[in-house]
Design a protein around this ligand. Structure first.
Ligand code: CIR
Length: 255
């Protein structure tokens, strides 16, 4: 059960964010509207949402998920792998001090790099994708911190996706939404997988929040599959964040 979320209002420089998509620049006014609707959706799922101020020096700072890995007993502040994103984590760490005791807070240190989008929690176990943003040393440090607080972690080799959760979402009760390289990944054979068609792969980045699955607007196949698995869905439009390779999970830290 989550009670809180942290988000950050996108700044006007969102148009300069990193992207591999060819969908054009985000429309800032629309991104703000979509962000406000996203916050309202989290609130509708029962979360108290802390909204951080825009960070003008960091175009990708709205994707707060990448700056920390959170569980009830521990908060690990990351060291993002994208150089232009290093420093985003400082104000997130400050905000988290209101929720975690200093003994529960740890930081990934150089030469480790880690982005929260590469970390998928399944109960008390954390899967850590080794991506172009998260290196083996970052994963090692994270798993050591988790271990200290009674959680476990393991790494996942990956080739294609930006982040682990670009292609995976855990929907509780052993249900796992999978796309692309993760559909037949042997590590996830134990789960009841819900594979997604390539044309809807973006919608693999869903989030389960207190019994409701937030899904991006415009992916009816994925929404229908999640509902067929017995889950309630709530569609939230993320078209402007998709232009920067961002999705629903990236826009918040939930704890
Ligand atoms: C980036 O490339 O870092 C941002 N434009 C998108 C980050 C998306 N974050 C995520 O998947 N957790």
């Amino acid at each position: 059960m989550f009670t809180h979320a942290i988000v950050r209002t996108p700044g006007p420089n969102i148009t300069e964010g990193i992207t591999s998509a060819s969908l054009g620049k985000p429309d800032y006014a629309l991104a703000l509207q979509q962000h406000a609707a996203y916050v309202a959706a989290l609130q509708a799922c029962g979360l108290e949402v802390t909204v951080l101020e825009a960070a003008p020096a960091f175009p990708d700072a709205g994707f707060v998920e990448d700056t920390a890995v959170l569980a009830r007993r521990v908060a690990v502040i990351t060291r993002p792998g994208a150089p232009s994103r290093q420093g985003e984590e400082i104000s997130v760490a400050e905000a988290l001090r209101a929720f975690y005791h200093p003994d529960q807070m740890h930081c990934i240190a150089a030469p480790g790099t880690l982005e929260g989008g590469d970390v998928m929690r399944v109960e008390d176990h954390f899967y850590v994708g080794l991506s172009s943003r998260t290196n083996a040393e970052g994963a090692r440090q994270l798993i050591a911190f988790l271990d200290r607080h009674g959680y476990s972690g393991s790494t996942v080799a990956m080739q294609e996706m930006l982040h682990l959760k670009t292609g995976l979402a855990y929907l509780e009760n052993n249900r796992l939404l999978t796309a692309g390289e993760f559909i037949r990944h042997p590590l996830f054979a134990y789960f009841n997988t819900i594979p997604i068609e390539p044309q809807e792969a973006y919608a693999a980045n869903c989030i389960y929040v207190n019994g409701v699955v937030l899904v991006p607007t415009g992916y009816p196949g994925v929404q229908a599959k999640i509902e067929a698995a017995g889950l309630r869905t709530l569609a939230v439009d993320t078209s402007e964040f998709r232009k920067l390779d961002g999705g629903l999970s990236c826009l918040s830290l939930r704890f």
